[in-house]
Design a protein around this ligand. Structure first.
Ligand code: PLP
Length: 402
């Protein structure tokens, strides 16, 4: 008998997971997946951080029962998130103006924020960067918003088209929600400098916009403190600001789904009202969050030794990526001296917009079993000493013959 499922259309494949599926089906032993969105180490493996393993040892010896957490999450975790993202001496923290709730990864933080905004600021549009993380548009649309984009990346200069960006934001309707990548822009790897953040901040105030900062890569650009400067700039403003942060990458805890959403409020009293409503959003979605990932992060960040170990491990990930960027640039310089790939070394975070076009990406895949995203995005963290030479050879052929 026909049902509402009988003519249900097949949903399109996620573009990035599609790359991984094709990669897995490839039998070439020298295949390389540059399409991934995770950090892999010099052996090409997803790391389990030592700080995480040690924290888990501690947690295991405690043998605690698994009761429900409060709706807003583990208190110890929430406090550590606030300190890490806003800084130990943050005025907004000390004034009790932050509302932080534990979320299911950074995505969960964005979704809680999106639902909250949709409930209480329903007429607004959401503006995301062009290009942006592919889930931004889908997530805000699924929450019921009209999503538009503002200019960001300029393929000609391999930089930010800042004049266009600012001019576009100046024309945004009052109350527009502007999603900003706090650091390590995904997919371009091109970040805003401090002067540009200041200029955006001025437009946000003048135009009455609502900034929603996505901090998914804290520690992957310059370090945990410096990577939060954009958040700190916005926290000085007397306006509502939302911040979704994630520990998926910085703790290599992808599958534990650890993140948070923070709202900066005008007063302690406003913060209490906001928290009560955010708890409703959570309660009607998944009731309360899981325990394990948050307790790992809290245990690491609370303990000065583990905290330092984690910072060191994060620093090593950051430095390895930077090293691979430089290695890629110098190998390409040797192989294709008439083209300048120096921009790859200037980009921040795990990704690079390589400048490869769709035909080149396809050729890499078909002829060399090297997988990049159709947009030309490659994950620099997927490069290592063992695959670099192969990747450079393939890139050289594909670029030369274009
Ligand atoms: N935001 C951006 C810009 C991302 O790149 C990602 C992950 O790829 C996320 C959010 C989501 O991270 P999580 O895995 O913690 O949900």
């Amino acid at each position: 008998t026909p049902s509402f499922l009988t003519h249900l259309p097949l949903a399109p494949k996620d573009p990035i997971l599609g790359v991984t599926e094709a990669f897995q089906a490839d039998s070439n032993p020298y295949k390389v997946n540059l399409g991934v969105g995770v950090y892999t180490d010099e052996q090409g493996k997803l790391p389990l951080l030592r700080s995480v393993a040690l924290a888990e040892d501690q947690i295991n010896t405690l043998k605690t029962a698994r009761g429900y957490l409060p709706i807003e999450g583990l208190g110890r975790y929430v406090r550590q998130v606030q300190t890490l993202v806003f800084g130990e001496n943050s005025p907004v923290l000390q004034e009790g103006r932050l509302v932080t709730v534990q979320s299911l990864g950074g995505t969960g933080g964005l979704k809680l924020g999106a639902d909250f905004l949709r409930w209480f600021h329903p007429a607004a549009e959401v503006w995301i960067s062009d290009p942006s993380w592919e889930n931004h548009r889908a997530l805000f649309e699924a929450a019921g918003f009209v999503v538009k984009s503002y200019p960001y990346y300029d393929p000609e200069t391999h930089g930010v088209d800042f004049d266009k960006l600012i001019r576009t934001l100046e024309g945004a309707p009052r109350g527009t929600i502007v999603v900003l990548h706090a650091c390590c822009h995904n997919p371009s790897g091109v970040d805003l400098n401090e002067a540009q953040w200041q200029a955006i901040r001025a437009v946000v105030v003048e135009r009455g916009l609502i900034p929603f900062l996505d901090l998914a890569y804290q520690g992957f650009s310059q370090g945990t403190e410096k990577d939060a400067v954009s958040v700190r700039y916005f926290s000085e403003l007397p306006i509502p600001v939302l911040v979704a942060n994630s520990f998926s990458k910085s703790f290599s805890l992808y599958g534990e789904r650890v993140g948070a959403l923070t709202l900066i409020c005008a007063s302690r009293e406003e913060a209490q009202r906001v928290q009560s409503q955010l708890k409703r959003v959570i309660r009607t979605n998944y009731s309360n969050p899981p325990t394990h990932g948050a307790s790992i992060v809290a245990t690491v960040l609370e303990d000065s030794n583990l905290h330092q170990l984690w910072e060191d491990e994060l620093g090593a990930m950051r430095n390895r990526i930077r090293f691979m960027r430089q290695a890629l640039v110098s190998c390409l310089k040797e192989a294709i001296p008439d083209q300048d790939f120096g921009f790859v070394a200037e980009q921040q975070g795990m990704f690079s917009f390589s400048g490869l076009n769709l035909a080149q990406v396809r050729r890499l895949r078909q002829d060399f079993s090297i997988y990049a995203v159709d947009s030309g995005r490659i994950c620099i963290a997927a490069l290592n000493e063992q695959n670099l030479e192969r990747v450079v050879e393939a890139l050289t052929q594909v670029i030369r013959e274009a």
